[in-house]
Design a protein around this ligand. Structure first.
Ligand SMILES: [Zn+2]
Ligand SMILES: [Zn+2]
Length: 292
């Protein structure tokens, strides 16, 4: 809870007028506890899990011909009832694991020093912290995910996430409860090492899940803005991991491609892309050879 109640009190404490965003933050958060502000993540996650996958799911169900060229595994088509079954399972885990985890993890957030106070961080500071969080998460997640592909980890835990060989957006958080808990560690590590403001923390949790839904969407859209993010794996990279399934020793990273490149776990993927490229080239060239 902020130590001042009015804009004038806050301006006196800061020694300068508040920016518009700081005044909005003060008006919103002044009478709310830090715990309540932290628990906003439960609502954000519920909305993201429920709404973010909808546009592509809607296009697939209603306008499948127009989006077909961008579908990574075009032969796989889930019915609306199969898609709804996936969403129901995700919501069950959300109410039994994700939500309660948020409710009880507040002391750790307080301990690492996530602040709700003024001044607000600059846009640059938020962007830099988010970049660090993504890099730390990507590296840690790579190794935990790789461990989950050992015989024991796969059979006991990770197999659930791989039930979808051609993933859809709703399947991004579809996992065994133990995996949800374990993969909370990489997400928590960045803010623990470089603690920031609660707004940065909200953005981190939201963007990480939106990114996961994007990489599980099953579509590789050529004009997606994510194509401009250096080393971003995207749907094509992670889809291959699901396509190969339990035997997969390819594409473990959650966000970027460089870990798989450095540790040589993208060889199968690169070979697959090479073959795909060749078959597309043949399809384009062979019709030109017409017998005289
Ligand atoms: Zn996996
Ligand atoms: Zn996945």
């Amino acid at each position: 809870m902020l130590p001042y109640k009015t804009v004038a009190e806050a301006a006196t404490a800061l020694g300068r007028p508040l920016t518009t965003l700081e005044a909005i933050w003060l008006n919103y958060s002044a009478d709310k506890s830090d715990y309540f502000l932290y628990c906003h993540n439960i609502l954000f996650l519920f909305l993201i899990f429920s709404v973010a996958p909808l546009p592509l799911i809607f296009l697939e169900l209603k306008l499948s011909d127009s989006v077909q060229p961008f579908k990574i595994q075009p032969k796989v088509k889930l019915s609306s009832s199969e898609i709804f079954r996936c969403y129901k399972s995700v919501m069950k885990m959300f109410f039994l694991v994700v939500g309660p985890l948020q409710l009880v993890s507040y002391p750790s957030i307080k301990m690492i020093g996530i602040r709700t106070s003024l001044p607000l961080p600059s846009g640059w500071e938020i962007a830099m912290q988010l970049l660090v969080y993504f890099l730390i998460e990507d590296y840690t997640n790579y190794w935990i995910h790789r461990f989950l592909h050992c015989k024991w980890g796969y059979e006991k835990i990770h197999r659930v996430h791989h039930e979808y060989m051609a993933p859809i957006g709703f399947a991004a958080p579809y996992a065994h409860w133990a995996e949800i808990l374990i993969l909370g560690i990489p997400s928590f590590l960045g803010p623990a090492i470089v603690p920031g403001h609660m707004i940065t923390f909200w953005l981190w949790i939201a963007l990480r899940q939106i990114e996961a839904i994007d990489t599980h969407s099953g579509y590789d859209i050529p004009w997606s803005p994510t194509k401009y993010i250096p080393f971003y794996g995207g749907a094509d990279h992670h889809d291959y991991h699901h396509y190969v399934g339990g035997l997969s020793h390819s594409n473990f990273a959650s966000v970027f491609t460089y870990c798989d490149y450095i540790y040589g776990t993208d060889k199968g993927y690169r070979y697959h892309k090479k073959l795909l490229g060749k078959s597309r080239w043949l399809k384009a060239v062979v019709p030109m050879y017409r017998p005289r």
